[in-house]
Design a protein around this ligand. Structure first.
Ligand code: PGA
Length: 229
C-alpha cells in the first residue's frame, strides 16, 4: 500500500529535516513525502522517498515558477503529484495540462500520482461519474502511474467520503484505467482503517494529517496492518 503525505505549502527545509529524522515508516507500506519545492533537497538527503507536488511538461524553457523533470531527477526526487485540485482551482490546471505533465514525467522515469475528483456541486448534480470519466480519460495506464481520487468537497474540510462513496469511485476509476488508486480527502488516523479496507482503495494521499509525524505514522501503521491481514 502507498501512503503519500502532501505537505502543500508547509514546512521549509528545517521543518522537513526535523520531520524526516523523526519519521520511521513501518515495513509493508510504501511511504512517500511530498514537500514544497524549496524543501525537496532536505527531504531527499534524509533518505525517505520524496515526490514533488507538480512538474512541468518541458525539459527546460521560459516557464517562470515551474520545475522540470530534469531538475527533479537531478535532485533525487522519485516522483510528482500532478493535477491536484488546488492546482486545478487556483492555477488553471486543466485535463490537457495534466495529461502533458503526467506523460512527460513518466517518460522521464518519475512516478506520478495524478489527482482526479468531483466538486461538491458536481456530485449534487449527479455528475460524479461523468467528471471522473473525463478526468481519467486523458491518462493511460503505464508503469509508474497511480491515480488519487480526491473528492474536492472532502479536501481540507474535515468531510471525508464514506467508505462506500470512496469504493464506488475507485471501482469506476479502475474500470477505466488499470492502475492503483489512492483515496485523498481528510484522511486521518481515526478514519484510515475503514477507507483503506475497501477492496479498490490501494492507499491514501494525506494532506493535513501528514504534517504531524505522529498522525502520519499512525496512518502508515494502519496501512501496514491491513496489508498483512
Ligand atoms: P487533506 O488534503 O487530507 O488535508 O484533506 C488532501 C490533499 O489535498 O491531498
Amino acid at each position: 500500500m502507498l501512503i503519500a503525505g502532501n505537505w502543500k505549502m508547509y514546512k521549509g527545509p528545517g521543518a522537513t529535516r526535523e520531520f524526516c529524522a523523526a519519521f520511521s515508516p513501518p515495513d509493508g507500506v510504501e511511504a512517500v513525502l511530498c514537500p514544497p519545492f524549496g524543501s525537496l533537497g532536505a527531504g531527499v538527503a534524509s533518505g525517505h522517498t520524496i515526490y514533488a507536488q507538480n512538474v512541468h511538461w518541458a525539459d527546460d524553457g521560459a516557464f517562470t515558477g515551474e520545475v522540470s523533470t530534469l531538475i527533479l531527477v537531478e535532485l533525487g526526487v522519485q516522483g510528482a503529484i500532478v493535477g491536484h485540485s488546488e492546482r486545478r482551482q487556483y492555477f488553471g490546471e486543466t485535463d490537457a495540462t495534466v495529461r502533458m505533465r503526467t506523460e512527460h514525467a513518466l517518460e522521464a522515469g518519475l512516478r506520478v500520482i495524478a489527482c482526479v475528483g468531483e466538486l461538491e456541486e458536481e456530485r449534487e448534480r449527479g455528475e460524479t461519474e461523468a467528471v471522473l470519466t473525463r478526468q481519467v480519460s486523458v491518462l493511460s495506464a503505464r508503469p509508474g502511474l497511480t491515480v488519487a481520487y480526491e473528492p474536492v468537497w472532502a479536501i481540507g474540510t474535515g468531510k471525508t467520503a464514506t467508505p462506500e462513496i470512496a469504493q464506488e469511485a475507485h471501482a469506476l476509476i479502475k474500470s477505466l484505467l488499470d492502475v492503483p488508486v489512492l483515496y485523498g480527502g481528510s484522511v486521518k488516523p481515526e478514519n484510515a482503517a475503514e477507507l483503506l479496507d475497501q477492496p479498490d482503495v490501494d492507499g491514501a494521499l494525506v494532506g493535513g494529517a501528514s504534517l504531524d509525524v505522529g498522525s502520519f505514522t499512525a496512518i502508515c501503521e494502519t496501512a501496514a496492518r491491513l496489508s498483512r491481514s
